[in-house]
Design a protein around this ligand. Sequence first.
Ligand code: SAH
Length: 260
Amino acid sequence: MKPVRAKKHLGQHFLKDKNIAAKIVESLSGHQDYREVLEVGPGMGVLTEFLVQKKDTGLYLIEIDRESIEYLNEHFPQLEGHIIQGDFLKINPDQYFKNAFAVIGNFPYNISSQIFFKVIDHRNQIPEVVGMIQKEVAERLAAKHGNKTYGILSVLLQTYYDIEYLFTVHEHVFQPPPKVKSGVIRLRRNKRDKLPCDEVLFKTVVKQGFQNRRKTLRNALKRLNLPQQLNQESVLDKRAEQLSVEDFIQLTLLIQEAGN
Ligand code: SAH
């Protein structure tokens, strides 16, 4: 069968290096508790080939591209009934998974942030994620506070996941090669369950805090009622990038008490 024609608008860059594919698949630690794995955007199945060898886990694929779906159906007949044609951003995982499942993929880079927002929405069902994305984005997601690249999605993801930057992948191992380097990261669900503060307000504080990252929080958050007792020398005199997840939670609690 002919190889799939790479379509730019679907972010199709096919990985050619089998050793790297194996290394990505091996990055699923399996330490968390799950028996099923969902591969997002398998394309021509370079990761799938290694994933099907994991006999103790049930494998599902979701792929938006009809041409890739035909290719996958032909090459992986053993996955019949497990190959879903659809948009990962639109599916309801409950339709396919009753229990916890891991997510893996060489993700379409144009929608990688949206993929991670979806993971956050389903965090209690997704204990582990291994993903290849644009290197800068991978670094940003894994960045700790105090770092210039630490941002909104770093905080929101690290609220629920421990994130490790695993390794860098060069452009020339893809067909067609992307314009940027890639990075592989691993997310593992941490122990944080319900936040002690209002979760909507928490997101607002994080998003507004980073809106203009060079402002102090007092300035960045001035549309909220800020706690009066924090007038002098306080967390509000810091910038968003200086706050850890726990700092953001504590700040949200104070802002909540001040009536928001
Ligand atoms: N895993 C393959 C392909 C990576 S390219 C490899 O490593 O070679 C990204 C893949 O994601 C493409 O096959 C593309 O068709 C698919 N894709 C793009 N948007 C998608 C979406 N919203 N849902 C599911 N798959 C998507």
